[in-house]
Design a protein around this ligand. Structure first.
Ligand code: FRU
Length: 537
């Protein structure tokens, strides 16, 4: 039997108690006959593990009805209205809170969505369950940054509706108002997302379709388009539309995951009417496609298009021709098997004078015992360089990381011979750059905060926590850059030729750091370590 409680809203937020061991139940919050929120939640019967919240500011002064499926009056009695967010001073200071990677203050996070840059602000939307630690109730969370490093969370951008929960998608700045959404001076910001039908009680029996939402106030508020969906179901669970502007064809191009290893390409003059223009097949790959133009470094210069899939960052290098993507390369993987980092997406709308291709991914690591789960990789700048295998993607952390640098430590020319060289740096958050002459050694290793990053000289393999990736020395030298955070180490080999995001949950705080070489002699020609500031201050 359902239990019901009425609350007259005089404060902005409704706090709900969560206990991850409690069974899931559906809670519906209505105003009159209209359901304004509906979600599944593990509501605490006793002392909550933590509180989650929903913003009901729009209903201030009105009476809302909360109906809980499992019908426990005492549980409902715990729900409270407040002016502030739960967690207080503790939020962003939890033991497993990443210090310089974006994570949500509350709840689950997966794919980055809708990445767009507009007027000095990088918008980051993300797959989000605001009501618990597990995947579910997909909303689009929203955060904004002016430097890709410090993030401010905004409210939810997209709530689930009767068509479905809000699955992954992309965002564009419609500078020429092709959509006709514009009313004043501000160009419309447009989100293109999947409504996942049949994933909530509200959307029983509905299909997966592609829809639009737009903002006319630079991303402060969002409205769903009245003409949704803009693409009906073309295959069961088709999803993850990524839209880019094709300047030569003067129209928008969308990559959409359909089924198995197939991505459909659709084109549109106005984001509303779409026609099918082709497909891209990537064996073994699925979900969250991306298409982006990447600067080519070196003599040839210019830019090339890349088609990308969520699975191990597999990609094809190619070109846009007659409004369609044409591959020119074999498929390559940017991530080793077992490395973290999934469903990466690049920012749209980066100004031409900047010209960078900037990407962020879901760091798909479970963070136990926290009121949040999941976080993002550190944003990377992507370039293409000529290698033995042809044009390959290189990954490097965005230069804005420099704003977090605090203390600098530097060493030169340390000879490494079968003994461990301790490095006395106490910081928990580090940006470490090491250059080695591999010499006659068989193996070089950096042991940082309880994790070993090893370079096997005889096999030319970089490895960490059981994940291995080839890396060739360059003229007898190997360079490693490590971004060390509380729950992750991102490893960049030889200026981004190898990129390995590795998640780590440490049982205990460990700030030990040493370097060694085995089986011969190597030289650590240079070691520079910057201690980094925590972005949450
Ligand atoms: C990838 C994915 C997407 C989907 C979303 C749902 O992680 O499965 O294909 O849109 O997550 O949260």
């Amino acid at each position: 039997m359902e239990a019901v409680r009425e609350i007259r809203m005089s404060r902005r937020y409704l706090w709900l108690p969560v206990d991850e061991r409690a069974p899931k139940q559906t809670v519906t919050i209505s105003q009159g006959d209209t359901a304004i929120r509906q979600f599944e939640i593990r509501m605490a019967d006793g002392e909550p593990e933590y509180w989650v919240f929903t913003d009901l500011e729009a209903w201030t002064g009105q009476t809302v009805t909360i109906a809980a499926e499992r019908g426990d009056e005492r549980t409902l009695a715990r729900i409270a209205q407040r002016d502030n967010l739960p967690g207080g001073e503790e939020t962003y200071r939890e033991v497993h809170r990443p210090g310089f990677h974006f994570s949500s203050r509350r709840g689950w996070l997966n794919d980055p969505n809708g990445l767009l840059y507009h007027k000095g602000e990088y918008h980051l939307f993300y797959q989000h369950n605001p009501y618990g630690w597990e995947w579910g109730n997909m909303h689009w969370g929203h955060a904004v940054s002016r430097d890709l490093v410090h993030w401010k969370e905004r409210g939810i951008a997209l709530y689930p509706d009767e068509s479905g929960t809000m699955w992954s998608g992309s965002g564009v700045v419609d500078l020429m108002n092709t959509s006709g959404f514009q009313l004043g001076e501000e160009p419309p910001l447009v989100l293109i997302y999947t409504t996942a039908g049949d994933t909530s009680p509200q959307s029983k029996g509905k299909p997966f379709t592609q829809c639009l939402a737009y903002s006319l106030d630079g991303g402060r508020t969002w409205s769903k388009y009245g003409g949704n969906p803009v693409i009906p179901e073309i295959a069961p669970q088709n999803r993850d539309p990524k839209v880019v502007w094709d300047d030569a064809a003067r129209r928008w191009l969308m990559a959409l995951y359909t089924e198995q290893d197939t991505f459909a390409l659709w084109a549109s003059p106005d984001l509303k009417k779409w026609e099918s223009v082709g497909t891209v097949v990537m064996p073994g790959c699925a979900e969250c496609p991306d298409m982006f133009e990447v600067p080519v470094e070196g003599r040839s210069g210019g830019r090339k298009w890349v088609f990308w899939s969520a699975t191990r960052g597999a990609y094809l290098v190619g070109r846009l021709e007659e409004g369609c993507f044409v591959p020119e390369s074999e498929m390559r993987y940017s991530l080793a098997d077992g490395a973290h980092g999934y469903a990466a997406q690049t920012w749209s709308g980066i100004p031409q004078e900047d010209g960078r291709c900037i990407q962020i991914a879901w760091f798909n690591l479970q963070v136990p015992g926290m009121p949040f789960n999941g976080f993002m990789t550190f944003p990377c700048e992507l370039t293409l360089r000529s290698t033995k295998e042809g044009l390959s993607l290189f990954f490097n952390p965005v230069r804005e990381i420099a704003s977090l640098r605090e203390k600098r430590h530097a060493w030169r020319s340390i000879v490494l011979r079968d003994e461990v060289v301790p490095i006395a740096v106490a910081g928990e958050l580090l940006d470490l750059e090491a250059a080695f002459e591999i010499g006659s050694s068989k193996e070089i290793a950096i042991h940082v905060h309880g994790v070993s990053v090893t370079y096997d000289v005889s096999r030319n393999v970089l490895s960490c926590n059981g994940v291995a990736q080839p890396l060739s020395p360059e003229e007898g030298r190997v360079k490693l850059r490590l971004l060390v955070d509380r729950t992750s180490i991102e490893i960049f080999g030889n200026d981004g030729a190898a990129y390995m995001p590795i998640g780590v949950i440490r049982e205990q705080a460990d700030i030990g750091l040493d370097i060694f070489a085995r089986g011969g002699e190597a030289v650590l020609t240079s070691l520079v370590i910057h201690e980094l500031r925590d972005i949450w201050g």
